[in-house]
Design a binder for this molecule. Structure first.
Ligand code: MYA
Ligand code: JJ1
Length: 392
């Protein structure tokens, strides 16, 4: 039973309407219908806006998340988003500081809760809908199970509704009503010795460490002629390339040139984006590959404290085989000291995961929509290969 989620305009596990059409779940509302006052927090807490342009505040959000955010099922690793990463992904085009919602202890001003929204143009089947992407929901470990999360969710919903936006997309590792898709994480070792040392992976049967290291060795340099870092002036061309590739998916994001310039730039240890410029035709961009940096803290290991992980972000392959583009991205990451390269089984990633020596992880990622029904196979949702949306 989901006491909170049963009250929300999301698809429920109990409904089996095979004929339901795509569209909003709630009755239509206007900004006038939205409650003006913030939701009430328990007495000792207060709302705050987390102005991430202020480095001191960015550091407070960083500290909350680094100590209290998502862990794997065995609590061996915890996501450790950097402050620079949080600024990049939460201060994106169209961001609103009121959507970076914090909860503080009144007496001490300590930040103990957070949730964020950023705007995105999402396409679900044939409909392009202005939505927000919700991320970084976090409640301090000492305040768990006190029903603070539903208050954070209702408050951000209210603040988003006040801007006449009524839909949201979000992902979570936990099962909630009701996923539109469920993807799996895959992992490709770049530094197998360290991954084995820290318990992220194991030596395969009948394999030695030396053979394992050799198995995962990558070239010194990318192989694709014309591969180079994306630059701000590439934005319009990348937008065209990317949006046209994303047309094939049932759930995806549409990027304008300004958004592309933000999401596909190069910031060391935050985001890296590469394009292939046709060597025969200067200025013609044929391919895109990108990854973001999300380290994990290694919990309770005597020697190692951090796992440096790259996560495959968006790709668009029109002239170079996707497999080769991703191998080049992994080559760059290995050269820059990353320990592991992660990817989900969405878009066309199935086509390279095996050949590029990815192994299936123990984590899942469920995709959700708020106040939007996505029909698909009698309410059973869409396949990972039909998902063209990557959130941070
Ligand atoms: S996913 C990442 C979430 N963060 C973490 O996993 C970090 C570690 N965990 C925590 O910080 C806490 O455990 C959290 C829950 C804060 C997650 N998404 O306060 P509670 C439901 C949605 O007593 P706590 C991400 O960031 C749970 O089923 N709901 O529990 C995307 C129960 O409801 P119900 C969740 O453990 C977030 C209720 O909360 C999640 O102290 C998208 C219990 O509340 C979860 N990940 O705190 C949010 N986990 O009774 C939705 C538990 O029904 C956005 N719950 O079972 C919706 C769109 C809003 C905008 C709409 C605009 C139009
Ligand atoms: O990283 C994850 N799993 C790792 C570590 C497992 C440690 C024990 N639980 C894993 N390793 C095996 C890799 C191996 C490499 C060589 C080839 C064979 C495989 O499986 C998992 C993902 O798989 N991560 C998590 O569980 C973290 C949480 C994921 C949910 C994310 C929610 C995101 C919130 C969104 O906003």
């Amino acid at each position: 039973r989901y006491a909170f989620w049963e009250t929300q305009p999301v698809a429920q596990f109990t409904e089996e309407d095979e004929l339901a059409e795509d569209g909003p779940i709630d009755k239509p509302k206007t900004v006038q219908d939205v409650r003006q006052e913030p939701y009430t927090l328990p007495d000792s807490f207060e709302w705050c806006v987390c102005d991430l342009t202020d480095d001191a505040v960015a550091h407070e959000v960083y500290e909350l998340l680094s100590n209290n955010y998502v862990e794997d099922d065995d609590a061996m690793f915890r996501f450790n988003y950097s402050a620079a990463f949080l600024k990049w992904c939460l201060l994106c085009p169209g961001h609103k500081l009121e959507w970076l919602v914090g909860v503080r202890v009144k007496a001490s001003r300590k930040l103990v809760g957070f949730i964020s929204a950023v705007p995105a143009s999402i396409r679900a089947n044939a409909s392009r809908v202005p939505m927000v992407e919700i991320n970084f929901l976090c409640v301090h470990k000492k305040l768990r199970s006190k029903r603070l999360a539903p208050v954070l969710i209702k408050e951000i919903t209210r603040r988003v509704n006040l801007t006449d936006i009524w839909q949201a997309a979000y992902t979570a590792g936990v099962l909630l009503p009701k996923p539109v898709a469920t993807c799996r994480y895959y992992h490709r070792s770049l530094n197998p010795r360290k991954l084995i040392d820290v318990g992220f992976s194991r030596l395969a049967p009948r394999m030695t460490m030396a053979r394992t290291i050799k198995l995962y060795k990558l070239p010194d340099e990318p192989l694709t002629p014309g591969l180079r870092e994306a630059r701000p002036e590439d934005a319009a061309k990348i937008a065209e390339l990317l949006n046209s590739q994303l047309e094939r998916y049932k759930l995806t994001q549409h990027f304008n040139a300004e958004e592309v310039a933000h999401w596909f730039q190069n910031i060391d240890n935050v985001i890296n984006a590469f394009v292939v410029e046709d060597p025969a035709c200067p200025g013609r961009l044929t391919d895109l590959v990108s990854f973001y940096t999300l380290p994990s803290s290694i919990l309770g290991h005597p020697q190692h404290t951090e796992l440096k992980a790259a996560y495959l972000y968006y790709t668009a392959a029109t002239a170079t085989p996707l497999k080769q583009l991703v191998n080049d991205a992994m080559t760059v990451a290995a050269g820059r000291g990353y320990d592991v390269f992660n990817a989900l089984d969405l878009m066309q990633n199935d086509s390279f995961l095996r050949d590029l020596k990815f192994g299936m992880g123990d984590g899942q990622l469920h995709y959700y929509l708020y106040n939007w029904r996505l029909g698909g196979r009698g309410g059973q949702g869409i396949q990972p290969g039909e998902v063209g949306l990557v959130l941070m």
